[in-house]
Design a protein around this ligand. Sequence first.
Ligand SMILES: Nc1ncnc2c1ncn2[C@@H]1O[C@H](COP(=O)(O)OP(=O)(O)O)[C@@H](O)[C@H]1O
Ligand SMILES: [Mg+2]
Length: 245
Amino acid sequence: MMLQVEGAYKSFGDFGAVNGANLTVSEGELVVVIGPNGAGKTTLFNLIAGQLKLDQGQILFGGENIAGLPPYEICERGIARSFQIANIFHRLTVFENVQVAVLAEQRKSTSLFRPAYNMAVEETNSILESVGLLHKAGNIAGALSHGDQRILEIAMALGNEPELLVLDEPTAGMSPEETFAAMELIQQLARERGITILLCEHDMDVVFSVAESIMVMHQGRTLLQDEPEAVRCNAEVQEAYLGVS
Ligand SMILES: Nc1ncnc2c1ncn2[C@@H]1O[C@H](COP(=O)(O)OP(=O)(O)O)[C@@H](O)[C@H]1O
Ligand SMILES: [Mg+2]
């Protein structure tokens, strides 16, 4: 098991935003967390990536407890994430945005004497190519379309060479065409770069077309995690979330 969240709890004051969440992600899998607004999906991702500290429970990554580690350390161990609202450097170019991430990653393994380093040009270009933004490398990030900004954020996360990529509503605010292209891209990254993907998404058509495993959250709690077909057929899920009665 790559990632295992067991009995996670997180309260804000006396409100339990995450209230008994369980989640497993195997290597190479594409896992989608679903649940209505306010179900606790973002809070759960913040616990996994270290933006928040959990009150109770365990988060194991590669068998080691990472709960409570600071975000940079969790990132170093191989978890990179994007945010529900794109987090890019608006005044830098597309190239520079990704280069920053690649340089930060290389610095960890670079000796002072590594050939006056190549400024990460090759790796940056390779990432931009694999997300389809190479032809916009010189554009100012802030001037990109919303959809391209979200893709750029994924490209920046790739600069960290993650094993697990955590994406919070990667298609939020995208047109149907952009959504389709983005999900294709995410699946392709999983295949070509061997990255495991955990994401949350509200469009059920998208969810059921890409997910290999679905975890259903409701009021901070995990209702179940199972294969898409089993989730689709589950009566409790249909009632609580899919709006079928
Ligand atoms: N920093 C915070 N302080 C207080 N309440 C919060 C905070 N973050 C989230 N919440 C609350 O926790 C609940 C879960 O939020 P969130 O994890 O963002 O849900 P989701 O991503 O599933 O929509 C919501 O009711 C939200 O208002
Ligand atoms: Mg959210």
